[in-house]
Design a protein around this ligand. Structure first.
Ligand code: DQQ
Length: 487
């Protein structure tokens, strides 16, 4: 029944069945990309989380491998929560959060050479208690790297009454860890709750790396140091953010805090890796925007983002774009045109499995709109609106008419996006059934949409005095090479 769900993406990675959330253990190992992910194979609900596993040689077509971690008696009896894979002198080693009762503690597992079979360490949890002296809100998720001949790791946390943080530890063997201290503490009161850059009371899935460094990409290797986290509060997943700044010894000196994705919680708990080509490749979890009951009826929940390549802009902000490999999924070029738009929307292409490149030249103060998944009568349609303000534009996502189903999330999104030197907005839009990934000048906006009508396929453009250059491709399904049935 999942295969017939019109909302199920065709070229984004989804779990074979059940529930998917965070990407985990991202690595390129012996040339192949490995994607592990938070999985409940038995039902599309977040319960007793396993680690799913898939492998790819091109980042976009995936082969399912057996479930890598299964909760078992002991430290992870209630779930194998998020973590990473490191190369411990040739031994693939997972560092993850074992859930036991209502709390999580760090665990370790070592893998076979092909990364298929995993053995949990008898000493789990390897950090048996929370650090002394802090009233800790939550403590989980891991970023681990090699520095100065030792291992270092950050564990996401929150200090009650202060804010989210990342606790820094170090170790010689990944088994015995000493606590260094909080790397940086946010301020849980610094923004009203709900603001898109509020840092929350706890930081989930911290990811720490450098960009433009000479070689390794580890924090402190040179270039800009980036600390990515997902702001969480009281059981609610808010949004991913990142600090830029300098990693100095045991502290992080922040320079700026920015939103990682204008879609907020629709691109959550991202993790990144440095691949063999030296690229910083990131994946995130596209949460559902429909009620749990709808996911249960469909038999699946959660979408993995397309791979993104992350680099630094001159002002220190991040530039994100789909990995070039995504273009290998293009099936047919449907349309290529240049047109001067008017107030009335014109349909340029139809489809729910599309890759669109748009270059919009918008007069200052002018507005361009792009409708996606639109019916001819306007009853359904998702609207992207770009309002030019000099060298920037305000991008808004209007989902108020995305679906006639009153149960799905219809909240809007907004944020500033850059224009190029010639004042043009360069858009890349990937439409994959309910999954929508939009990039404008390297700034992403990710969302989910659930139109009810079969004819909600139109892509339409409008904008008085706006010139549009459009190229549109249909996308093929990124078929998995093995369908694994769970349960
Ligand atoms: N998801 C995992 C946690 C993490 C959260 C549990 C983020 O480890 O904090 O499935 O979505």
């Amino acid at each position: 029944r999942a295969a017939t769900d019109p909302h199920r993406p065709a070229f984004h990675f989804t779990a074979p069945a059940g529930w998917l959330n965070d990407p985990n253990g991202l690595t390129q190992w012996n040339g192949e990309y490995h994607l592990f992910y938070q999985l409940n194979p038995y039902a599309p609900v977040h319960a007793r989380i396993h680690w799913g596993h898939a492998v790819s040689s091109d980042l976009v077509t995936w082969r399912d491998l057996p479930v890598a971690l299964i909760p078992s008696a002991g430290a992870d009896v209630d779930g194998c929560w998020s973590g990473v894979l490191v190369d411990d002198g040739g031994i693939p080693t997972l560092v993850y959060s074992g859930r036991h009762g209502e709390r999580e503690l760090p665990c370790v597992a070592t893998g076979s050479a092909d990364l298929v079979h995993w053995t949990k360490d008898a000493a789990n949890p390897v950090i048996p208690a929370l650090p002394d002296g802090f009233d800790v809100v939550a403590f989980r998720d891991h970023c681990v790297w090699r520095e100065g001949g030792r291992w270092r790791q950050l564990i996401g946390a929150g200090i009650r009454g202060e804010g989210g943080t990342a606790f820094l530890y170090e170790s010689d063997d990944l088994r015995t860890w000493s606590f260094v201290g909080p790397l940086l503490v946010g301020d849980s009161d610094d923004r009203p709750e709900g603001a898109p850059d509020w840092t929350g009371t706890m930081w989930e899935c911290v990811d720490f790396f450098s960009l433009d460094g000479p070689a390794t990409g580890i924090p402190g290797a040179g270039g800009a140091d980036i600390l990515v986290f997902s702001a969480w509060d009281d059981g609610v997943t808010h949004h991913p953010l990142y600090w830029t700044g300098r990693y100095e010894g045991n502290r992080f000196v922040p320079e700026a805090l920015r939103r990682l994705d204008l879609g907020g919680r629709y691109f959550y708990a991202p993790q990144s890796m440095r691949d063999d080509a030296g690229r910083r490749v990131m994946f995130g979890w596209l949460q559902e925007g429909r009620p749990d009951a709808a996911a249960v009826a469909a038999g699946w929940s959660g979408v993995m983002s397309l791979p993104r390549v992350v680099s630094a802009n001159p002002d220190g902000s991040l530039h994100q774009e789909p990995a070039p490999e995504v273009a290998s999924l293009r099936e047919a070029r449907l349309r290529s045109l240049t047109s001067v738009l008017g107030i009335e929307p014109v349909e340029v292409v139809r489809g729910d499995q599309l890759d669109l490149e748009l270059q919009l030249t918008i007069p200052d103060g002018g507005i361009a709109t792009v409708q996606l998944r639109a019916t001819d009568d306007g009853a359904e349609g998702t609207v992207l609106r770009l309002t030019r303000r000099g060298a920037h534009a305000e991008l808004t996502l209007d989902r108020s008419r995305s679906s006639l189903d009153p149960e799905v999330d219809a909240s809007g999104r907004a944020g500033e996006v850059p224009l190029d030197e010639a004042g043009r907005a360069n858009l890349r839009i990937l439409v994959d059934h309910s999954a929508l990934e939009v990039f404008v000048g390297g700034v992403p906006l990710t969302a989910r949409v659930y139109p009810t009508r079969e004819d909600a396929l139109g892509v339409r453009l409008a904008g008085q005095g706006v010139t549009a250059e459009v190229t549109a491709w249909s996308m093929r399904a990124a078929a998995r090479t093995a369908e694994v049935q769970a349960g």
